[in-house]
Write a protein that binds this ligand. Structure first.
Ligand code: UD1
Length: 362
């Protein structure tokens, strides 16, 4: 069996790591195509080196642009690559513009498409990620769902016969790296200047278009982080830096200490050392849950609804609407005591994915 993985943005590289490792245990041929959607070294290269992923076989070098330009650029560039590779499967990951373009190119060339992390829904049709998920699910041949909830969403949309519950490959990589960090195999992460790693601190990230692209909203979120009574290590995504600069907003005010995005092991170590997480990232909500740290999510909905059980994750769409006391109490709440269960699977999802693709080929 020959499988082409199409990746391009940071969260896809994290998911690619366990998949590439699972393929390496077999005789199947695995080809990696990087679209170049993320091109900064700390959003791309560090994941290949840090997670031991083989270098991409093909790099499309697409870069940034409007949604149409970025998606169309990948679509045009990947067509001849898939035609030449002629794989049995194209495997696309998550919900980025690279995911949709990879799926579309494959389906139009009658190459089978498998969608990893299928069936997630925010039901917020203003999110680019939601368009990408829904469209990719509806054109893929096999839907690799990470959770029971995702399976239910796909059934509701009439896609039950293409759906398989595979589990979540992010558990595979998160638990492996957590164990390596706890056994001292990684150096301490570089936290932003002014953060004492031995005193309580929060980890924060902010990059979703719905939070960064409206100046008033971005200003309000930055002000809410600034007034927290605990130091906040804000690991700034390039989109956040670019938008704050464009709107003339200062990111590093009050409690906030600004730093670079971290590599994967650095991020896991930083979360393990923290008192909690404040974020709008999908992956980080789940990593906080898996690592047992309380998470406050700056959105009105989450695709990872299981993290809300037992108070491990709280949704705060608008900190200002809560009043200063309630916002601070939520973001700095102590670690919940509730049991977490294993809604995201057993850490063996990547091997299962390879097996499912081989079986479904026959
Ligand atoms: C993308 C995904 C999002 C994912 C996120 C992870 C889409 C629609 N969104 O959002 O689902 O959660 O990746 O990070 O696919 N930029 C750089 N260097 C880079 C990459 C981006 O400077 O390496 C800047 C550019 O100014 C660009 C902006 O960040 O315009 C946004 O990048 P883009 O790829 O459009 O979306 P993300 O916000 O990263």
């Amino acid at each position: 069996m020959k499988v082409v993985s199409v990746v391009g943005a940071r969260p896809q590289l994290v998911k690619l790591a366990p998949i590439a490792a699972a393929f390496a245990e077999t005789d199947h041929e695995h080809v990696i195509v990087h679209t170049g959607q993320h091109y900064d070294a700390n959003l791309s290269d560090v994941f290949f080196t840090g997670l031991g992923i083989p270098d991409p076989d093909v790099h499309l070098g697409i870069g940034s642009g409007s949604h149409g330009v970025q998606t169309g650029g990948v679509l045009a560039a990947i067509d001849p690559v898939l035609a030449e590779q002629a794989p049995d499967w194209v495997l696309v990951y998550g919900d980025t513009n690279s995911t949709l373009a990879g799926a579309l190119s494959a389906v139009k060339q009658h190459i089978k498409v498998a969608h990893l992390e299928a069936g997630l829904r925010s039901f917020n049709r203003r999110m680019p990620e939601e368009h990408n998920r829904v469209l990719t699910d509806h054109c893929a041949d096999v839907l690799l769902a990470p959770t029971e909830q995702a399976v239910r969403h796909l059934a509701t949309e009439g896609l039950a016969d293409r759906t398989v519950l595979a589990g979540d490959v992010m558990v595979d990589v998160c638990l492996r790296v957590r164990d390596a960090v706890l056994s001292g195999q990684h150096p301490r992460p570089t936290l932003p200047e002014g953060i004492d790693p031995d005193a309580p601190y929060l980890i924060a990230t902010l990059h979703r278009a719905e939070n960064t692209d409206d100046p008033a909203r971005l200003a309000a979120l930055l002000a809410a982080l600034a007034e927290l009574p605990v130091p906040v290590a804000l690991l700034a995504h390039p989109r956040l830096l670019a938008k704050a600069d464009q709107y003339g907003l200062k990111i590093g005010q009050g409690a906030v200490h600004v730093g670079q995005p971290l590599g994967y092991a650095g991020l896991i170590a930083a979360v393990l050392g923290s008192a909690g997480v404040v974020t709008d990232s999908g992956g980080l909500q789940k990593e906080a849950y898996l690592l047992g740290r309380p998470c406050t999510t700056l959105r009105s909905e989450t695709e990872w609804v299981e993290t809300l059980d037992g108070g491990w994750n709280h949704l705060v769409p608008d900190p200002g609407a809560l009043g200063p006391g309630d916002w601070i109490a939520t973001a700095t709440r102590p670690t919940p005591q509730a049991e977490r269960g294993t809604p995201y699977g057993d850490g063996q999802a990547a091997r299962r994915v390879v097996q499912i693709l081989a079986e479904r080929l026959g």
